[in-house]
Design a protein around this ligand. Structure first.
Ligand SMILES: Cc1cc2nc3c(=O)[nH]c(=O)nc-3n(C[C@H](O)[C@H](O)[C@H](O)COP(=O)(O)O)c2cc1C
Length: 202
């Protein structure tokens, strides 16, 4: 693979939200997760944890529990009940229709602990940044396997619900969810911000 091939590979990863029903072999999932864990992490503490869900009844249980919380949040936003129902249904269907759902959590147990708020917060952010690296690597590994995937933020808004529904260890703090499957859509070309407005060279 040339550098240009690699750049092309990185630039062609896209979020995919519609999947074929085809199952993903366990060996592929294992490979993707292992590659995810090769991401850089603060102090190399590898604070990421993964919950992999393929069982329909578990996906339904999770989608229902998260849906209740999502609905409550949306109702507080004073949007129409039709719009609330649409959003909640779409979110539920996405989880149920994804062949594989992976919840990434962070576990602060192995991170440094500090007596003061400022450093505690920085350490927490470092764990979250580390998990984001693993998440990005997971998406790219899925792309390498010809899979589609999307990062979904909803577990961050329903941390306790996700933890309780899946019976995750108390130290696992859900951060995000990745939906994976063989793609059943071609995403629209995405507009990119002008690099000149994003970079300052000194
Ligand atoms: C932190 C983060 C949270 C995201 N949350 C969601 C989400 O909840 N639902 C969703 O459909 N996409 C979500 N996305 C995907 C973005 O919408 C997507 O990456 C962006 O539109 C750019 O498109 P691309 O991934 O195809 O390049 C999220 C992405 C990131 C990095």
């Amino acid at each position: 693979m040339t550098p240009i091939d690699l750049h092309t590979f990185l630039r062609t990863r896209r979020s995919i939200r519609r999947f074929k029903a085809d199952l993903i072999p366990d060996s592929v999932i294992e490979r993707i997760l292992t590659t995810a864990t090769y991401a850089p992490s603060a102090h190399h503490r590898q604070p990421w944890r993964f919950a992999v869900i393929t069982d329909l009844s578990v996906k339904e249980k999770l989608a229902d529990a998260m849906g209740i919380e999502f609905q409550r949040d949306l109702e507080a936003d004073a949007i129409s009940s039709d719009a609330v129902e649409k959003k909640v249904t779409r979110s539920r269907d996405r989880i149920i229709n994804a062949p594989v759902v992976i919840i990434i959590s962070i576990d602060m147990s192995d991170m440094d602990s500090y007596p003061d708020k400022r450093r505690k917060k920085a350490e927490y952010i470092m764990a979250a940044q580390s998990a984001a690296n693993a998440g990005m690597q997971l998406l790219l590994a899925a792309h390498a396997e010809g899979l589609g995937s999307v990062w979904v933020c909803s577990p961050l808004f329903a941390q306790e619900t996700v933890q309780a529904t899946l019976g995750l260890p108390k130290s696992w703090e859900p951060q995000a969810m990745y939906l994976l499957g063989y793609p059943d859509e071609i995403p629209k070309i995405k507009e990119m911000k002008d690099m000149q407005n994003l970079v300052k060279i000194f």
